[in-house]
Design a protein. Structure first.
Length: 137
C-alpha cells in the first residue's frame, strides 16, 4: 500500500485549532478604557514593546510591565516599575492610555510620574475617528 494515512494529521490539526480558538481571546490584556477619538496618524511598528500606563474611569493606574497588568497599582509602584524599565532600555516607547471621562489633572499626574521615572517622550493612545460619511451624488 503506497498511500499515506492523513487521518491522524487531521485530528492533530483540529485539536490545535480548538486550542488556538480558546486561547486567542485570553491573549488580549489590558484595562477597559473608553478612549477618546482623534484624527492622529498611526505610529510605525516598534521593535520594542511599549510601556503603557492606563488610567481607568475611576482614575486608577495600571502598568503593562512588571506584574499583573489587570491589577491597579499605586503611584509609587508605577514610578518604581517605570524607572526600572526605562533604566534597562531608555528607548522603550512610553504611551498613556486614559479614559475620556478621567479628569485632566489625573492624566497629568500620571504623566509626571512617567517623566520623573525617565520618560522623555510620551505618546497617547486614542481610537481613530470614524470614516467620513460619503454623500451620494
Amino acid at each position: 500500500m503506497g498511500e499515506i494515512n492523513v487521518v491522524p494529521y487531521i485530528d492533530v490539526m483540529l485539536v490545535l485549532l480548538i486550542i488556538f480558538m480558546i486561547t486567542a481571546p485570553l491573549l488580549t490584556q489590558g484595562v477597559k478604557v473608553d478612549l477618546p477619538r482623534a484624527g492622529a496618524e498611526p505610529m510605525d511598528a516598534q521593535r520594542l514593546q511599549p510601556l503603557v500606563l492606563s488610567v481607568d474611569r475611576a482614575g486608577r493606574l495600571y502598568l503593562n510591565m512588571g506584574g499583573d497588568p489587570g491589577v491597579a497599582v499605586d503611584d509609587a509602584t508605577i514610578a518604581l516599575r517605570a524607572t526600572a524599565v526605562l533604566r534597562r532600555n531608555p528607548d522603550v516607547p512610553v504611551l498613556v492610555k486614559a479614559d475620556r471621562a478621567v479628569p485632566y489633572g489625573r492624566v497629568v499626574q500620571a504623566m509626571v510620574i512617567l517623566q520623573r521615572a525617565g520618560a522623555h517622550k510620551l505618546g497617547f493612545i486614542t481610537d481613530p475617528l470614524p470614516p467620513p460619511v460619503q454623500r451620494g451624488s
